[in-house]
Design a protein around this ligand. Structure first.
Ligand code: IVH
Length: 677
């Protein structure tokens, strides 16, 4: 029998998880799970709420459909990936940006720039064929977004057809936003009618354009600023960013009225100061200032890293600071099963937003700050992130203020709180405070392990999420190496396992220890180290031994490893705990294959694009195999593409490939194609 408490716990867990992923998708533009997985969670939440009417749905994400991914919208495959922008926080960062680019170009050039506001809205791609707006899509994960043509066509500012002389096909990129006075009025009206108000203009915009029903967008005063070009068919229409903006105007596309040409970096810095001072007066929200190299040919020579163009950078605003009093300190149970101390503040305005609480991260931080109830503290808020307490103003402390102690029972489930450290490399040690294993069952360690065994990582067949949860809840596994010490008795004690399935699972756990170096690197789950970077690291270092002895300077020389990733790697491999954990895995039989040296084959130097669903391979495995044969895998179809591998449900890429006469390889011909037979 499942108890009422268990159902409530499950409900809270689902609400938290959905909120977390929703935030990753909408606010950070950085989803961690696929749309399908998200939809699955959302479905589970709705079913649970329908079945049990005692659940507290007042704060449930199921109430805010507008802000949730609606899978009913069709997908929109980007012909060229929609990238993000690297950040700069200081003049020094900007000068590093210029130096990096100068080094890459080699011969001395004078970089001139275009400086423009970074609009805090929702990214949009507008596809014009023969000058007619035919399709519009959101960014999504940068490769596939959602088709929202029906809503975009309601925005009167977006021309349905281009004026003057335009390319045959062009994909314009821009940002949909709402003017602040309109947003304020709308929210006031919502409030008057007792409806839910929108937390910020961007949520409002996202909630308007990601709807199935275009009536909603039609009623809302949405605007757009166009700022770049994705796909463009033949024709030389502009040689600089500045010329591009004036072409946009010729074609009737709205652009920001705050775009400035700067002939050198000095002028860029001065312009940034002016624009920063003007920020509060603008009638739309901006979250930084974008600096772009003006010359298109230099842009092309610099190209992109896997995440962002090298020729552009976003100068972010510095955090807003303030001072206030701590009214109380409470503990919140997070998605990860970790209790986080939170300071409840006397409300204070920071950058136009009223702040009434700030995170204290963990007990180490509480100790470090020696923060107490009644203290006056300094707080900062950078962009959209949760405000944090940075300093206690000790001069203002009244006597007899008591130190903060960890609660003995969990605020969510009232069970006793247990103190222990999870022995896993995936955890950011700052989070290793106090974990309540009775609450959500070691959620963070569960996530760690799920990533570790996942398809692109150690690829352990038959080890599903439910089994991992049980392994951890029953305390069979307390650290990663324990996974490889699991016994058949352990497995057999779980419901649903018989002799045969137990044997099979044990075998796949054991055989997973023999794997590719890059898979293991990825499995470690080091922040910022995704699959591509793991492959680059594997190719560069060729062994785990060399990788774990590398320095920051070694890491930074690897293709696509930026400063943050390099310092994460350095931190990870200088942590004794992580090293001994890896040693233990080696003792248990970890046997890593070095990267395959690229063979010369019939596919050497051929550019291949993969699209659609394939029956025999995951995308990643296929990509790896083809790369091993010397092929280059690209995300977008162009005249330079040699082959398109098209699985089921291939969309616009297949169409594009046909137009360019690119050779098409179908699912059924794939094996022959690979083996050249
Ligand atoms: S240029 C990244 N210019 O910021 C490729 N982007 O963090 C070039 N954005 O996805 C983009 N204002 O949606 C560019 N003036 C501006 C922008 C801008 C807002 C958004 C854009 C992009 C995101 C990257």
């Amino acid at each position: 029998m499942v108890s009422k408490e268990d159902i409530q716990k499950e409900h809270i867990y689902l609400k938290e998880t959905i909120r977390f992923h929703n935030n990753k998708y909408h606010s950070e533009d950085n989803p961690e799970i696929s749309d399908q997985e998200f939809d699955q969670l959302f479905k589970q939440l709705k079913e649970l709420e329908k079945k049990y009417n005692f659940l507290d749905i007042s704060d449930s994400p199921s109430n805010f459909v507008g802000a949730i991914k609606l899978s009913e919208l069709s997908s929109f495959e980007h012909l060229i990936p929609m990238l993000s922008l690297d950040n700069a926080f200081s003049e020094e960062d900007l000068s590093d940006f210029e130096k990096r680019n100068q080094n890459k170009i080699k011969e001395k050039v004078n970089f001139s720039y275009l400086v423009e506001p970074k609009i805090d809205g929702v990214a949009i791609s507008l596809f014009y064929k023969k000058g007619i707006l035919t399709k519009a899509g959101t960014r999504g994960d940068g490769v596939v977004g959602e088709e929202v043509t029906h809503n975009i066509k309601t925005i009167s500012e977006i021309p349905k057809s281009l004026k003057n002389n335009f390319p045959d096909e062009i994909e314009i990129r821009g940002e949909i936003f709402v003017e602040l006075n309109d947003f304020k009025k709308i929210n006031q009206n919502f409030e008057k009618r007792g409806q839910k108000v929108f937390a910020n203009p961007r949520n409002f915009v996202a909630g308007s354009i990601r709807q199935l029903d275009s009536k909603i967008a039609l009623e809302r005063p949405l605007k757009v600023f166009c700022h770049s070009v994705g796909f463009i068919s033949k024709g030389n229409f502009f040689n600089t960013q500045k010329e591009m903006i004036s072409k946009f105007k010729d074609w009737g596309l709205p652009v920001s009225d705050e775009i400035y040409f700067c002939e050198n970096l000095d002028k860029v810095n001065r312009q940034i100061l002016k624009m920063t001072a003007k920020r509060e007066k603008l009638n739309y929200e901006i979250d930084g200032i974008v600096v772009k190299i003006n010359d298109k040919s230099l842009q092309e020579r610099l190209g992109n890293s896997s995440r962002s163009p090298r020729w552009a950078i976003a100068k972010k605003f510095l955090a807003e600071q303030g001072e206030t009093e701590i009214l109380s300190i409470s503990f919140q149970m997070g998605r990860t099963g970790v209790l986080t101390p939170v300071a409840n503040l006397k409300p204070v305005k920071l950058g136009g937003v009223t702040i009434s609480n700030a995170t204290l991260h963990n007990m180490d931080e509480v100790k470090r700050l020696d923060v107490r109830v009644g203290d006056y503290v300094k707080i900062i808020r950078a962009g959209d992130v949760i405000p944090k307490v940075t300093e206690v103003i000790l001069k203002k402390r009244k006597p007899n203020r008591k130190k903060i102690m960890m609660p003995s029972s969990c605020p969510t489930c009232s069970n006793p709180v247990s103190f222990f450290e999870l022995n896993t490399p995936l955890l950011d040690t700052s989070l290793l405070s106090t974990t309540n294993k009775n609450c959500f069952g070691f959620s963070q360690f569960k996530e760690t392990l799920k990533h570790f065994v996942s398809r692109n990582a150690m690829d352990i067949d038959g080890l599903g999420q439910r089994t991992i949860d049980l392994f951890i809840e029953k305390e069979f596994i307390k650290s990663l190496p324990d996974l490889f010490k699991i016994t058949s008795e352990n497995i057999l004690s779980l419901e649903g396992f018989a002799d045969k399935s137990t044997k099979k699972l044990l075998e796949s756990i054991k055989s997973s220890l023999k794997t590719d170096l890059y898979r293991f690197i990825y499995a470690l789950g080091i922040k910022e180290i995704g699959l591509e970077t793991s492959k680059n690291l594997s190719n560069f270092f060729t062994s785990l031994d060399k990788l774990s002895k590398a320095s920051y300077d070694d890491f930074i020389s690897v293709n696509d490893v930026g400063e943050v990733a390099a310092s994460n790697l350095e931190k990870f491999f200088s942590n004794e705990k992580n090293l001994s954990l890896i040693q233990e895995l080696v003792k248990l039989g970890l046997d890593l294959k070095p990267p395959v040296s690229v063979k010369t084959s019939h596919l050497t130097d051929k550019t291949i694009v993969i699209t659609g669903r394939l029956s025999g391979y995951s995308r990643e495995t296929l990509k790896f195999k083809l790369e091993g044969l010397g092929a280059k895998i690209s995300n977008s179809v162009s005249k330079k593409t040699d082959f398109l591998i098209a699985g089921e449900d291939s969309g616009s890429k297949l169409q594009k490939a046909k137009e360019y006469d690119v050779k098409i390889v179908t699912d059924s011909n794939l094996e022959k194609f690979i083996s050249n037979s």
